[in-house]
Design a protein around this ligand. Structure first.
Ligand code: FO1
Length: 316
């Protein structure tokens, strides 16, 4: 039976649905492919913010108030770095720092990002496959009046203030999907693709930009279901609304649907945007309207079940 689910996720919002999918699907039935376009080298460490967000969410370690990093975090290493005059624009908690140290030395010892991620998620007791989109470096950059800014420079250091004139994914066209991503794309029992409620331009596009991914997804002819990251015509968190405006597109579910284009079969939108249904159906899309804000584990699981029902996957 075709019941394997391939989910594409970015960080914070995507990680919540990823955790919901992991709660309702067995490890055999789910591959979580995570954006690595936000990754960067900082203070000698390789930081993979979206892999971290998904990992911490599945391990129950995520800080739900801050939205990123580890809960009950302390900041002693950061205070010492500051005292030593090192860069302090990017905050690394003590426990989080352990993750970056473990990842960085293993990468330097020659393991691939896939191998390191499998090891570290396993050590945290996660049975589901969290896989980087690629083992090759891909770097999201935002075009601004100051030139192209690396993603974390734009997002954290500049707080998304510069007007965006474009987005590019350095290295994507030469980067192939990671082995586990490629294997999931080729699985005989692939039943559905779920696009988590991550920023389509900044978090999902890097995945779709990898060599051969768009055509492989389209070629599978399985339902592609996306959860819109918009709620009430605005982004819940992050720069999506601002970015859409700056790129000359309306902040609406129509823009999300247009962006994914033919790839998408079904869009799940928030009940606050129920008025969008007619326009989306006129584009030939199936639409589900439901609450999409995920505050608690129950919300995440409920939305995961809605996405799986839309994709025709039984969850028992
Ligand atoms: N986001 C911030 O807004 N400020 C930070 O200082 C920051 C540090 C950080 C450290 C590790 C990590 O895994 C994520 C971190 N994030 C921080 C979040 C991250 O910049 C973004 O949420 C993602 O890149 C967007 O998905």
């Amino acid at each position: 039976m075709s019941r394997h689910v391939l989910a594409l996720s970015g960080g914070v919002g995507g990680a919540k649905l990823a955790a919901g999918l992991a709660a309702v699907l067995s490890p055999d039935d789910l591959t979580l492919v995570v954006n690595t376009g936000d990754d960067f080298e900082h203070l000698g460490l390789t930081i993979c913010p979206d892999i971290d967000s998904v990992t911490y969410a599945l391990a129950g370690l995520n800080d739900t108030v801050r939205g990123w990093g580890v809960k009950d975090e302390t900041w002693q290493a950061m205070a010492m770095l500051r005292a030593l005059g090192e860069a302090d624009w990017f905050n690394l908690g003590d426990r989080d720092m352990g993750m970056h140290i473990a990842r960085s030395w293993r990468l330097r010892a020659g393991d691939t990002l896939s191998q390191v991620t499998a090891r570290l998620t396993g050590e945290l007791g996660i049975a589901h496959a969290i896989v980087p989109m690629s083992d090759a470096p891909v770097r999201t950059q935002i075009g601004t009046a100051q030139g192209w800014l690396d993603f974390q420079r734009y997002f954290v250091a500049e707080q998304c203030r510069p007007v965006a004139t474009g987005v590019r994914f350095e290295g994507a066209s030469d980067a192939v999907p990671s082995p586990a991503f490629a294997a999931a794309l080729a699985r005989e029992d692939l039943g559905a693709i779920v696009v988590c409620p991550s920023n389509p331009y900044l978090s999902v596009d890097p995945i779709l930009s990898l060599d051969g991914v768009r055509s492989a997804l389209a070629g599978r002819r399985v339902p592609v279901v996306a959860v819109s990251p918009l709620v009430g015509g605005a982004s819940l968190k992050g720069p999506l609304g601002k970015l859409l405006g700056e790129l000359g597109r309306p902040v609406s579910n129509a823009s999300i649907a247009d962006h994914y284009g033919d790839l998408l079969d079904h869009l799940i939108i928030d009940e606050a945007d129920a008025a969008d249904v007619g326009g989306l159906r006129d584009r030939g899309l199936s639409v589900t309207v439901c609450p999409t804000v995920m505050c608690h584990a129950g919300d995440r699981e409920r939305l995961a079940r809605v996405a799986l029902i839309a994709a025709g996957i039984e969850t028992g």
